[in-house]
Write a protein that binds this ligand. Structure first.
Ligand code: AMP
Ligand code: MG
Length: 469
């Protein structure tokens, strides 16, 4: 067995527990059974591994926060923990992507009146029964109906009126003949020669055939699209009641974190989760506020959480949710009088994930590794942010695709793997799948949910979860 670099580093003096972990991992790899979650070094354990194992057991269906939850259960609990924020009335011009907070009805019918679908002549269809190109029928043009006017009087037999698309049709008319099927008699501008017959109601748009006054035009919880804005405006609305935007406090914990463009001191890294999560949260109407980086201490974490809870509807943290000495998010929730619902989910990347509550407000504690933070945001936080706005649909959309690369999950948790899917639906691995690897995350446009211990071959049909949603 060759020594890997991390393995060599681990056998440095005073690093005995890390050495053990590496050894277990290396043995597992060499025997083809990669162990996904090696035992924690003893000094990092809050509880003994026996206790943790007991709570992990699959027959524990209780409410113990130490149990590793299925993704479905984690989502269900998160939705249950997120209060609806209530509605606000806004201009339709700003409503795209928001969620209706009540039903709305059409204030007028669409079309509001019978009108022409063509530029041409309003006629009585019975007058043109015999019209052909060889034997056209002449009609006396007795008026013009520009859009925005309403014709006075009724159309008499063997007459017509010039009409435009959208102009109201006059009484007595039951069809419009297209301008292209007519010509005026040379030397007699008033007589129109019609080369075609028309059927009754041809080229006429009838009042209410689209929507009738009082019909529902949008229902509570549905997403407002450009199309619904069009329909709502056309049916008489200028404002709409929508679910309020969740204010999301974004905290990044970690004494190693600093912000670009400053220089990195030894051991420091640039913090990247707040900006990444803010951009995703904004996609679902949230109002994210990034707070200063929180160094790893309980007092710092408590103070930062207290402020974020006071100023937001929901708090999202990253880092500090595992079982290390420097993981303070869970104790800080408890110090603030809150509770931890669960903190482990059977998902890779992203096993340590906290759902907490302080007062009536939820906290989502994401793992610090950027890929884990993004994946757990998409899977669990996004649904909750949508639910708070009263959205009827919070599930991630999926795109069908066909694998071009083989995908393998040797672990015992489902693995959301980074992939690219092109416009033909061909799906490739986006590269390295470890949870700190941002280059493959940047390249990926989707995730594939690979069940535990599975191997999917080239040619397999898969469902891809687009990341940008
Ligand atoms: P933690 O979840 O705090 O144990 O962090 C796990 C890994 O993610 C560590 O390598 C951290 O340095 C890294 N990390 C934590 N928070 C961030 C962040 N906000 N931006 C980038 N990397 C982070
Ligand atoms: Mg940390």
């Amino acid at each position: 067995m060759s020594l890997t670099r991390s393995y060599r580093a681990a056998i440095a003096p005073n690093n005995w527990s890390t050495f053990c972990v590496c050894l277990v991992e290396s043995l597992a790899v060499s025997t083809g059974r990669r162990q996904v979650s090696p035992p924690l070094p003893v000094h990092q354990q809050i509880l003994s591994s026996d206790t943790i194992r007991r709570f992990d057991s699959s027959d524990d269906k209780g409410n113990n926060p130490l149990r590793m939850l299925s993704l479905e259960e984690a989502i269900e609990r998160s939705l249950a923990a997120t209060p609806k924020l209530g509605g606000e009335t806004i201009s339709l011009a700003n409503a795209e992507g928001r969620f209706a907070a009540s039903d709305a009805k059409a204030k007028v019918s669409l079309p509001a009146f019978d009108n022409s679908a063509m530029d041409g002549y309003a006629v009585r269809s019975c007058d043109l029964k015999s019209a052909t190109a060889d034997s056209p029928v002449g009609l006396m043009c007795v008026g013009v109906i520009p859009a925005g006017t309403f014709p006075a009087g009724s159309l008499e037999s063997e007459t017509c009126m010039k009409i435009y698309t959208g102009s109201p049709i006059p009484d007595g008319t039951d069809a419009v003949i297209m301008q292209e099927d007519c010509r005026s008699t040379p030397g007699d501008g008033a007589t129109i020669l019609c080369n075609e017959r028309v059927n009754p109601w041809e080229n006429i748009r009838l009042q209410g055939e689209d929507i009738r006054e009082g019909d529902a035009v949008i229902s509570n919880g549905s997403r407002i699209t450009a199309g619904t804005i069009g329909l709502l405006t056309a049916s008489g609305h200028d404002r709409i009641e929508v679910g309020r935007r969740p204010r999301v406090g974004l905290l990044a914990t970690g004494s190693e974190l600093t912000e670009p463009p400053g220089c990195l001191k030894p051991g420091e890294i640039y913090e990247s989760n707040r900006a990444m999560l803010a951009s995703l949260a904004a996609r679902v109407n949230a109002e994210p506020t990034p707070y200063p980086i929180v160094p790893d201490s309980l007092d710092n974490t408590v103070a930062a959480l207290e402020r974020a809870f006071a100023e937001n509807d929901v708090v999202v943290t990253s880092g500090g949710v595992s079982v290390g000495d420097h993981d303070h998010v869970k104790p800080a929730i408890e110090r603030l009088g809150g509770s931890v619902d669960f903190w482990k989910i059977a998902v890779k990347p992203g096993k340590p994930f906290v759902l907490g509550q302080v007062g009536s407000k939820p906290l989502f504690g994401l793992p610090g590794n950027p890929v884990s933070a993004l994946v757990t945001y998409l899977l669990i936080v996004r649904p909750a942010l949508l639910n708070m706005q009263g959205a009827r649909e919070w599930r991630l959309t999926k795109r069908p695709g066909c694998l071009v690369d083989e995908l393998v999950n040797r672990g015992d948790r489902r693995h959301f793997m980074r992939v690219t899917i092109d416009d033909r639906g061909l799906v490739l691995s986006a590269g390295g799948q470890r949870s700190h690897m941002l280059s493959s995350l940047a390249k990926a446009n989707g995730l594939v949910d690979l069940p535990p211990k599975s191997r999917w071959s080239k040619g397999e049909r898969v469902e891809v979860i687009p990341i940008d949603q």
